[in-house]
Design a protein around this ligand. Structure first.
Ligand SMILES: [Ca+2]
Ligand SMILES: [Ca+2]
Length: 234
């Protein structure tokens, strides 16, 4: 069943459409989003507008800030192995150079420099996280390496590995109740920028990113790995 809910407001962001069961979590008092690695299942869908010049975090570059790094401002996310990933739609301002019109200068300015996505997450649910996985689902955009990962205390042993479209971050188990800030940059990398201009002028240019936390391997899987190792030795 894929009932969709439109126009819910949550932490100042629009949850335009998502699976009903996931959205119910988003609009209760806990405002918790449930996400997992099951990419065949539609997960919670959040639209994030470009952070405006009037926003306190605005630093002169194109950026997207999801919540802030406070207990009330962070977005609670819980892991569920059966759930689909969070789906983020990053939407752009049109008058990028703030001169009162929308023309090619705006588009060229938009694609000229790295774009920042900062996510402030409350680790929620009952399972400690050991990683965070993201994938850019819109052609023409690529990650830059070296994301910033900052928690309330930790996480430790953070390692990030990326391709142009995937970003895999791993760390020591990080418990529910703590905050996590994950900040990455991506760039426009398409070889045919002119084919993106119409969407930009129409106001429909956006970058879709899917993401989910990862958790420790189940004990049963580790046991099986151990048994296999013992058999190999004999
Ligand atoms: Ca302009
Ligand atoms: Ca202009």
């Amino acid at each position: 069943m894929q009932q969709r809910v439109h126009g819910l407001r949550w932490f100042g962001l629009s949850v335009h459409a998502c699976v009903l069961t996931a959205c119910l979590g988003a609009v209760t008092a806990s405002a918790q989003l449930v996400a997992g690695p099951n990419v065949g299942v539609p997960g919670p869908h959040v639209t994030i507008p470009q952070t405006s010049m009037s926003h306190p975090n605005f630093d002169g570059t194109v950026r997207f800030d999801w919540g802030d790094f406070t207990p009330n401002g962070a977005n609670p996310v819980a892991y569920d192995g059966n759930a689909g990933p969070l789906e983020k739609w990053l939407t752009f301002d049109q008058d990028q150079d703030n001169d009162g019109d929308v023309d090619l200068d705006d588009f060229n300015q938009l694609i000229a420099n790295p774009i920042t996505l900062q996510e402030n997450i409350g680790v929620s649910g009952t399972t400690a996280w050991t990683g965070w996985h993201e994938r850019i689902d819109t052609p023409g955009w690529s990650w830059l390496p070296n994301p910033l990962v900052v928690g309330t205390a930790g996480p430790t042993n953070t390692v990030a590995v990326n391709t142009s479209t995937t970003m895999d971050i791993t760390f020591d188990p990080y418990p529910p109740g703590d905050l996590l800030r994950i900040e990455k940059q991506f760039v426009f990398s398409a070889s045919n920028p002119s084919s993106y201009v119409n969407d930009f002028f129409a106001g429909t240019l956006m970058v879709k990113i899917i993401e989910y936390p990862t958790v420790p391997e189940p004990a049963s899987a580790l046991l099986l790995l151990g048994l296999a190792a013992i058999r190999r030795r004999h």
